[in-house]
Design a protein around this ligand. Structure first.
Ligand code: INI
Length: 157
């Protein structure tokens, strides 16, 4: 039988940092609310959660990296909303956020989760931030717990 490695959805004792972009705050506040509700639902203690606000999604990676390197967190969740209709530099902001966040996880070994909405318009963003298409912040929180637990279980195996 192969040895199956799994990340249990148990947040008890986990320390999680959430970095959230203020740009499109009407959307990102909903992502944050979904993330915090979900972290707490899976047992992450309020006192083990830190929230850091950054100006926009472009700034998510540098602050995520600082948090990851601090050694104080088991996972870092990045939340933002990049909306094509609102900007001509959508591709640059979205691209830098996604590749930067990906790099932080790989370079630090701390699971760093991509909870950035990239949509064509505000309606789509609202639908995915607690509207009819779920809440990406909540999905990001689940990914943070599962990946942090998986990494822990591999390190301690
Ligand atoms: N930041 C976002 O998070 N979403 C956007 O849609 C966006 N737009 O439209 O430009 C955006 N821009 C700001 C950017 O993230 C930086 O904060 C800014 O360029 C300063 O570095």
């Amino acid at each position: 039988m192969p040895n199956e490695l799994k990340g249990e959805l148990d947040g008890r004792g986990l320390r999680v940092a959430v970095v959230v972009a203020r740009f499109n705050e009407v959307v990102t506040r909903q992502l944050l609310s979904g993330a915090l509700d979900t972290l707490e639902r899976y047992g992450v203690a309020d006192s083990n959660i830190s929230v850091a606000w950054v100006p926009g999604s472009f700034e998510l990676p540098v602050v995520a990296k600082t948090l990851a390197e601090s050694g104080q967190y088991d996972s870092v969740v990045c939340l933002g909303a990049v909306i094509r209709g609102e900007t001509s530099h959508y591709d640059m902001v979205a691209g830098q956020a996604s590749s930067g966040i990906g790099r932080v996880g790989v370079e630090t070994g701390v699971p760093t989760i991509f909870g950035v909405l990239t949509t064509e318009n505000m309606d789509q963003a609202i639908n995915r931030a607690g509207g009819k298409s779920g809440n990406l912040g909540s999905n990001a929180a689940v990914a943070a717990i599962e990946t942090a637990r998986l990494v822990q279980s591999i390190r301690t195996a």
